[in-house]
Write a protein that binds this ligand. Structure first.
Ligand code: UT7
Length: 333
């Protein structure tokens, strides 16, 4: 028995923030951003939208493809670092929007690895008899935590949400192997220090900019490339496969230089690597599910394709999923 994705969806804000726009806001250039990151533009959420609103749109799309009703969901997991508010969880807010009254709901804070962590946890629930259908989201609105006077971070992040409805099947589709890892020693390299129990919101915390994302880009960069290779090796050895068996690789969309260096180490060609960071920037936990959803909708990923997804991010966290795209005949509505 394997956990399978039965439906996938995504949602993106309409507002586009281009490199040319950023040139007017901070001391940067389209040339620098393009060369150093590969990003050309990113989407920024409207002021009246919250993370759960984009989750809702993405979830409706995934539910429609799956043929599952909200009442059939047993569990909702939202991978996010930008929840609507500290309490209640974004997953509970989404549960109400969907009317998914039979589902348990919780958020999973694993930075950019949120969707991959969410899929991994969902798989473990689905391997038990108690759970039939789980909705997993990767959604972030980093723009709400970015200091748009800090050229180190404001050029990178964009907003979005991706959703997957998971069920189970007997045929050869679904998740072959999963892997989750973390290295808390590197947590200080990517953080939002204010707003929690350590530094509660205060006039001082606001004055000190403690509610903004603080990032040591070089340290994350050094961490990322070898970790992608390590996760890929774990996934492949658990499944008894090799990277040459892959049809598609969906890396976390953080920086084009990280992606190129990682695929070189893993022996994966560029034409098998899905990249969307040029138009969306780094959408944190939403990066991978949005790329997956778009590739499914555009027909690039086909039934039977072997896909590897690898993410890394705040925590520091890392992880991956190896799966074969498709659903059992019994799961096709
Ligand atoms: O999802 C996980 C979260 N984050 C990441 O994955 C980020 C990973 N890291 C990165 O993507 C890269 O480290 C960055 C894109 C953030 C920075 O690129 P870099 O090649 O590591 O640049 P750097 O920080 O070493 O800075 C090089 C120079 C510096 O100038 P000096 O000291 O050499 O004169 C920076 O001040 O580039 C300068 N710089 C900029 N210049 C123009 C830094 N940011 C900018 C900018 N525009 N936006």
């Amino acid at each position: 028995m394997k956990a399978q994705i039965l439906g996938i969806g995504h949602a993106l804000p309409e507002r586009v923030l281009t490199n040319a726009d950023l040139e007017k806001m901070v001391d940067t250039s389209d040339e620098w951003i393009s060369e150093r990151t590969g990003i050309k533009e990113r989407r920024i959420a409207d002021p009246d939208m919250a993370t759960s609103d984009y989750c809702y749109q993405a979830a409706l799309m995934a539910l429609e493809m799956s043929g599952i009703t909200p009442e059939q969901l047993d569990l909702i997991i939202v991978g996010t670092t930008s929840p609507d508010m500290p309490m209640p969880s974004t997953a509970c807010i989404l549960q109400e929007k969907l009317g998914a009254w039979n589902a348990g709901a919780f958020d999973m804070e694993a930075g950019c690895t949120g969707f991959v962590y969410g899929l991994t946890v969902a798989e473990k629930f689905l391997l038990s008899d108690d759970y039939q259908y789980v909705l997993v989201l990767g959604a972030d609105m980093c723009s709400r935590f970015v200091d748009y006077t800090d050229r180190n971070t404001c050029i990178i992040f964009g907003d979005g949400a991706g959703a997957a409805v998971l069920g189970k099947g007997e045929q050869d589709f679904g998740m072959y192997s999963t892997f989750m890892g973390a290295d808390g020693r590197g947590g200080r390299h990517l953080s939002i220090p204010g707003g929690g129990s350590r530094h509660p919101a205060s006039e001082e915390s606001i004055r000190n900019g403690q509610h903004f994302i603080i990032m040591n880009g070089n340290e994350i960069f050094k961490f990322a490339t070898p970790i992608v290779e390590k996760v890929a090796a774990k996934l492949m050895s658990k499944a008894g496969l090799q990277t040459s068996d892959l049809d598609w690789f969906i890396p976390h969309q953080a920086n084009m230089r990280i992606i190129k260096s990682a695929i070189k180490r893993c022996g994966i060609p560029m034409d098998k690597t899905l990249v969307n960071l040029e138009k969306y920037g780094n959408m944190s936990a939403a990066a991978i599910p949005v790329a997956l959803s778009e590739a499914i909708i555009e027909g690039r990923i086909k039934k039977g394709d072997l896909i590897m997804m690898v993410a890394f991010g705040g925590g520091l966290t890392y992880g991956g999923i190896l799966m074969r795209w498709g659903r059992d005949d019994a799961n096709v509505s």
